[in-house]
Design a protein around this ligand. Structure first.
Ligand code: 0L1
Ligand code: MG
Length: 256
């Protein structure tokens, strides 16, 4: 079997069975970033072959807090499918995940395609709406430990997303206060400016990175701009809520 296809099957199996696996780079330190994106695509293709539908892309490692938390210092992207969507206000099942964590984020809904090197103004013109959101990340690696290549191959840990109310993107969303509460306790605070200085920069980076892979952001896609704070762990019984100043609130529960 092709080496990269084999890795894609290992990671896909780890996600399907919620069972952690060893870092690929422990046994294959020569793995490149290009190899890792190839593995990511092959792994997500397996999901699509099972009937999942592509719904957009996510940006990862877009804030200093995230980079420090995982010891990686470059942005990365991953692919989103409809099976990752968790309805706002509903419950996610903890047993479907290995060791899930949550990140407050900003989501973009696209009204026009975007690809390649674009300006911030062009990126904004392609946005239909923006929303407060949360990403549930779940590394398929043991102990949530990985290198940049490992995490890219693992679809940048993406495993769930919850989207709050959609807002007019004409609002200034460059520096809005963000509060992440778990069971009513303020767990993380931050600002949308933590996303590369302005969430729009993440969308500009997404257009460039996705084009480098020969793909594009499509009208109707969701683009998750990236985590704003460090990502706390999730446990059964929690109610998790993110509020972004002026954009609204998004909530989900964690059940066993
Ligand atoms: O979305 C993110 O910023 C996370 C990217 C992967 C790193 C992690 O799993 O924490
Ligand atoms: Mg994220």
């Amino acid at each position: 079997m092709d080496r990269l296809q084999g890795y894609a099957e290992i990671l896909d199996g780890a996600a399907l069975n919620a069972c952690a696996t060893r870092q690929l780079t422990h046994s294959d330190p020569g793995l490149s970033v290009a190899d890792a994106y190839r593995i990511q695509k092959l792994s997500v293709d397996r999901r699509l072959a099972r009937g999942e539908r592509r719904i957009g892309v996510k940006m990862g490692l877009t804030s200093r807090a995230k980079m420090l938390q995982v010891g990686v210092d470059e942005v990365a992207w991953g692919r989103l499918t409809d099976a990752m969507l968790i309805e706002e206000g509903s419950a996610m099942s903890r047993v479907r995940f290995v060791h899930p964590r949550v990140e407050p984020e900003v989501a973009f809904l696209m009204k026009a395609p975007l690809s390649g090197r674009v300006t911030g103004a062009a990126a904004l013109a392609a946005v239909e709406a923006i929303a407060p959101a949360m990403e549930i990340i779940d590394s398929r690696y043991e102990n949530f430990k990985f290198s940049l290549c490992d995490v890219i191959a693992d679809n940048t840990s993406s495993s769930g997303l919850v989207i709050g109310p959609w807002n007019d993107p004409a609002k200034d969303f460059s520096n809005l206060g963000v509060i992440l509460e778990i069971n009513g306790f303020v767990t993380e605070v931050g600002s949308t400016a933590a996303i590369l200085g302005h969430p729009l920069r993440s969308l500009v980076a997404a257009a460039r990175l996705v084009a480098e892979a020969g793909e594009q952001i499509n009208a109707g896609d969701i683009v998750m701009a990236g985590g704003i704070t460090a990502a706390p762990s999730l446990a059964p019984g929690q109610t998790v809520r993110t509020t972004i100043q002026g954009l609204g609130t998004v909530t989900f529960q964690v059940e066993a």
